[in-house]
Write a protein that binds this ligand. Structure first.
Ligand SMILES: *Cc1c(COP(=O)(O)O)cnc(C)c1O
Length: 510
């Protein structure tokens, strides 16, 4: 297309026109067959059957040929970056590779076309898959009862928080405070607030872990529980987790575990042994279902025996070799999601666990941790700073601070991230967790080979040198991508979705 090329020549990347700009109204790639005469004889002409005032003369749908449509969508996919395009060390998000077999199993038409209202006699297969997934999660985590319904991690947190609330209502205890460490994921604060709790923040110690004296000071008769991520978002294992669990339990409070970081410990230690009472797990992180771009997720929630009666309905049970959905959960918090949850995502998680087997589960976490430690050590050796926990091994992720680049060369974590795009790497998570200045939160996962990891580190080294010698290159990055440097603030307020708007705003600028 002419404009695609023009923008490329101007060094501005490519911009795929929308289908409305590409196509012409009235043209079409599909020819609809004329109805059979016998049908017309039976029913009369369409124009005569339909009320005149409802009949539309034309519809403004842009017409394109089939190859044009195929190319349009292909171009859009090429402008994107996914785990299949290159290393994607987005800390906290566990962007691991999804084996192609997992995708194939989930797209079997028997599954795809399964109707959620099908009777139980016809859905024994899928119920068995879901039941088995719960059992596998139970073996991995030590938590005994599960719901697979929450649609995402944050939704799982909300379910967990609602379970705690209902439990204390039942006990006639007025507990409305939720403790959350500063290093926690933002969704923890939001979910607990939505469930009606007041948030009490726990500051980190110098080591980046929970400060036990701060925790002791915060616990009181109003404390419902604490939401922890372990290893925390700095990639550091909370060595004091057992003491923290005891302090909470002695006070009648619960320990909620944000299981997004299960990839660090899966198969090595059980949550139940850490004193965890309830937790959510992202099927779309640890268990390989692809995510990002707002796609569906699944945030299974596991609880101990004590809290099983509060799970959302329906639960999946097995009675005399038959699987069924049961609504007999005496104190259930109710329904949180239609039907069985995001079944496609759950099937992917099940397939992934079946592919790995018990040894594979352990090995994959082991390699994820090894990869993170290798990458961290090499980055530290070439002069990158790790503000928290540099003297002990990290788990599956680690956080650099690039504040020295900002001080010395005026280069922010954002600029550094953009320069990685030019080199074919997806940037890590930046500016999170907020307790680290100019944070660069990196999670290689077990998916990347030594070659890929070394490549990422070489790119980091190269950008570090550019920052010193030719900072303009870093400040103007990316030049080598479908979309070049954008004005982030403006882009958030005003979407340049069409070529026309883009051109107009350029003209106005000049
Ligand atoms: C991703 C993540 C969540 C939230 O999961 P969503 O599926 O995005 O809602 C919660 N906590 C942590 C630590 C995470 O990394």
């Amino acid at each position: 297309m002419r404009y695609r090329q023009a923008r490329w020549e101007a060094g501005e990347g490519i911009l795929e026109p929308t289908i409305f700009e590409l196509g012409k109204i009235g043209e079409g790639g599909v020819v609809v067959a004329k109805p059979d005469n016998r049908i017309i004889e039976e029913t009369g002409k369409l124009e005569d059957i339909l009320p005149k005032k409802l009949v539309r003369e034309n519809i403004s749908i842009p017409g394109l040929t089939e190859p044009e449509v195929a190319r349009h969508f292909n171009h859009l996919t090429q402008m994107n970056f996914g785990v299949d395009s290159g290393p994607y060390w987005l800390g906290s998000c566990t962007m691991k590779y999804t084996p192609k077999l997992v995708m194939r199993l989930a797209s079997y038409h028997e599954l795809r076309e399964l109707h959620p209202y099908s009777p139980e006699e016809l859905t024994q297969g899928i119920l068995r898959v879901l039941y088995e997934l719960q059992n596998m999660l139970s073996i991995i985590t030590g938590l005994t009862h599960f719901t697979l319904q929450p649609a995402a991690g944050a939704h799982g947190e909300l379910v967990g928080a609602l379970i705690m609330r209902k439990r204390f209502l039942d006990l006639s205890e007025r507990r409305d405070e939720m403790l959350i460490p500063d290093s926690a994921h933002g969704s923890n604060f939001a979910s607990a607030t939505m469930a009606g709790f007041k948030i009490v923040r726990i500051p980190p110690s110098d080591e980046g872990t929970i400060d036990l004296s701060a925790l002791r000071a915060a616990i009181n008769e109003k404390t419902a529980g604490m939401m922890v991520t372990n290893p925390n978002t700095l990639g550091i294992f909370e060595n004091n987790i057992l003491e923290a669990a005891d302090m909470l339990h002695n006070n009648g409070s619960y320990l909620y575990y944000d299981g997004a970081n299960l990839n660090a410990i899966m198969g090595w230690l059980r949550l139940s042994d850490m004193g965890v009472d309830l937790a959510h797990f992202n099927m779309h992180k640890t268990f390989s279902a692809p995510h990002g771009g707002g796609g569906p997720g699944a945030g299974a929630v596991g609880v101990t025996n004590e809290l099983k009666d509060y799970l959302p309905v329906p639960i999946i049970v097995k009675e005399e070799n038959r699987y069924k959905l049961s609504y007999e959960v005496p104190k259930s918090i109710g329904k949180v999601r239609m039907f069985y949850g995001n079944v496609g995502v759950l099937v992917k998680a099940w397939s992934y666990l079946k592919l790995l087997g018990s040894e594979g589960v352990r090995t994959s976490s082991g390699i994820a941790v090894l990869n993170a430690n290798y990458a961290r050590k090499r980055l530290m050796d070439i002069g990158f700073e790790v503000p928290y926990g540099k003297n002990r091994p990290c788990k599956h992720e680690f956080v650099l601070s690039l504040s020295n680049f900002r001080r010395e060369y005026g280069i922010k974590a954002l600029d550094f991230a953009k320069a990685l795009i030019d080199r074919g790497y997806h940037p890590p998570t930046i500016y999170f967790p907020p307790i680290v200045h100019e944070a660069f939160m990196m999670e290689p996962t077990e998916s990347d080979s030594l070659r890929e990891i070394d490549g990422y580190i070489d790119a980091m080294r190269e950008i570090k040198e550019s920052a010193k010698e030719k900072p303009d290159e870093v400040l103007n990055a990316p030049r080598n991508a479908a979309i070049t440097r954008i004005n982030d603030a403006l882009a958030n307020k005003k979407l340049w979705l069409t070529w026309k708007i883009y051109k107009e705003s350029k003209e106005r600028e000049n």
